[in-house]
Structures are given as structure tokens and as C-alpha cells.
Design a protein. Sequence first.
Length: 107
Amino acid sequence: FGLDDPIVVELGTELLRFLAVSGFFITVALTFTGGLQGTGDTRSPLYITLVSQVALPLGICFFLEYLGALQASGVWTAILVGHFTRCVLSVARFQQGKWRHIAVEIR
């Protein structure tokens, strides 16, 4: 699988550095997103996810590609920025407290 190739080892090492930081943000985000979903607030986590995990990273990658500067580290940076954004938005939405007043209808 090319594990002896120095380029693969270098890229893998760089990726793990990004994931080490990103892992913290996505863990916090998933915790708060799960809390919101558990209380019945399912739309805001959906919108947060669409913005932070789809629109933002793709936008960053398209911009970097437009500049002719898209590299593997750019993709990983876009993912890291997306996870950070998801973390911030999820915590902010949870702290608004609107989930406390959601009534779920069971039919």
C-alpha cells in the first residue's frame, strides 16, 4: 500500500496532526448536537451541519482551487475549519436555551 514511500508517510503524518486538533472540535460539536437533537431541536443541527460540513469546506476548497493553491493540506484545513465552525455554532445554539421550550408532539 505504499507505506514505505516517504511521501505517503509525510502526508499521513501531516493528516494526523490536523485530525488531532480537529478531533477535539468535532467531539464537542457532536456532544452538543446530540443534546439538541435529544430535546427535539433537529433543524438547527441540520442547518449547522450543512453550513459547516458542506458549504464552508467546499467553499474553501473551491477558492483555493481558483487561486491554484489547492493541496492536501488545504483540504485538511477546510475540514478543520468546518469542524471548528460546527463546534462554535453548536455550542452557541445550545447556550441560547431555546431547546428548553420545544414541545414534541407524539401522535
